[in-house]
Design a protein. Sequence first.
Length: 583
Amino acid sequence: MDSSSKMLSTLKKDIAKKRSHIATDTLDVADDAPYTHRVVEKRITITDDQLKQEFKWGKGAYILGGSASVKLKKTDVTRAVCNTDISQRAMGNCFMLAALGSILKQNPSFIHEILKINEDGKVEIKLHHMIRDEEEHTITDEITTYVLDATKLATIMTDAHSHPAIFLLEKAFAIHRMLTNTVSEEEVKKLDGKSRIVSLEIESPPDQIKKKDFKVPALSYRSSLKAGKAAMVYGALLGDAGETRGLLEINYRTQLSTLIENFARGILVSISHIKDDEITPEERIQPIKKFAANVLGIPNDPQGLQRQTEDKINLFNQMVERLTDILSKMPPGQAQEIKKLAGAFAQLAKPKVEDMHLLIDAIFSGNQNKDIALKVKEYVLNEIYHHQRGTGIYTKKQDEVFKFLHDSLQHPEVVASVSTPEQVGTSQKKGTHGVGEETSKGLVGGHYYEVLDCYERQDDNGKTLKFVLVRNPWSDTAREYEWKEKEVGGKTISVLSAHKKDHLKHPEKTSPRSHPLKEGSSARGYEEETFQKDFRGQGYTEIELSDFTKRFNDITIAIIPRVDSAPELTTTSEKEKPLGLPT
């Protein structure tokens, strides 16, 4: 079983374990975990008046004359909710909207498990909060049903969501973060300790009602939603935060220079005038073994070499022997020079393949060492070097990322969101939505995107490029590519040049796809027609794999739990259901 399958299996077990409990305080020890799991349910009713009077989400915090809320009309909802109903503007909750969008895209009817409208017009929204108690050795899934007025707050009227359920979920999630103390620490620090006491009635089975005072930070509604992680949203909506993995690769020039610098440092140690009783022969040769293992892709653990094939073990021993011979004849001055070369290489803004070759050749000079130099170059090109977009050449790490994501997204219940670092390009400018995040060639920094699919595109000559399809919750500001000629290593090649996508309101005018979709390569099973018809506007962006591993930070994947009898979302008359949602 590969790593992605293991992770999915673990996530499914966690969800099944939590969903199997009924709303009770009875402890139930999980078979495969040392912690005792339990589920506790409660209801909290919060009116708009309380939000205005106790949370102070009203005075001075709203547009349209300062009104506390805007009543939703019964005719607002005539269709099912979907991910393209999300259109972020002035709020800084991209992490929430990207995660929510990924759920709505895969299973829009799952909203019935989260939100429903009562006959009295109140809305009920169910959210989870996982509490891990190290002393008691328990993990509690605290499920709170928030009973709210079916209104959207005027402070978020600047958002452009086209379905009221999105506004209602934002409202509930803002309250949830305040009461569970999961708001942004950065926003709290700005308050200099200012807080408020909110008194609320909590109803828990069997028919127990008690009043509780919550000490909450004096945050505005807007600040309470600002900044967070997708895992937090998946935890609140699905009852499981999923798993987050790092994506952003270390810059290859830094990787290579560090590798060479460490090797040079080892050289200096091994050939220095240290007494034999101060350093063992094994310690002298250790930097050589580590370097050879890195080049040959041998894991750095006690059994790493033993698990290799006989041919690779022989190759490793030969390389160690040759490197040892090189070091025995290398004066300290040359080792110092190697360190300087590595440091200079790390400072190059955009090192070329030729720069990398010069560095390696400087270390392994002489005809007798050409074979070692070739192996090192091959290692760097396959394992470290980031090739140009559009070449179709990927490192082992990039291929592993793609395989992990592709294997995961083949399961329809799997959803994913991905984040970007603040710096996503060399030239950035302030964006027009969110909280002013900077953009570069259509990509937003410090932002979250919904992940929809990954697949391959192939030209007539069999050249294959790998892509990840994402969606910006802004519903616009997207990246696209065009072909251009570039000289690399003395040869002219075709590469993909990135730029901001134009014609967002007329997606049919956007640049054509780089290559046709490779048959059967879509993890979600989409056909080319779907990409051309549904994924050319509304914030959808195809990100080439080289860009994906370079420009994005972390990816969080989670699993939508199975529901025994999930109803289908259908259009209903406004007389039957005020908001078109289930009762």
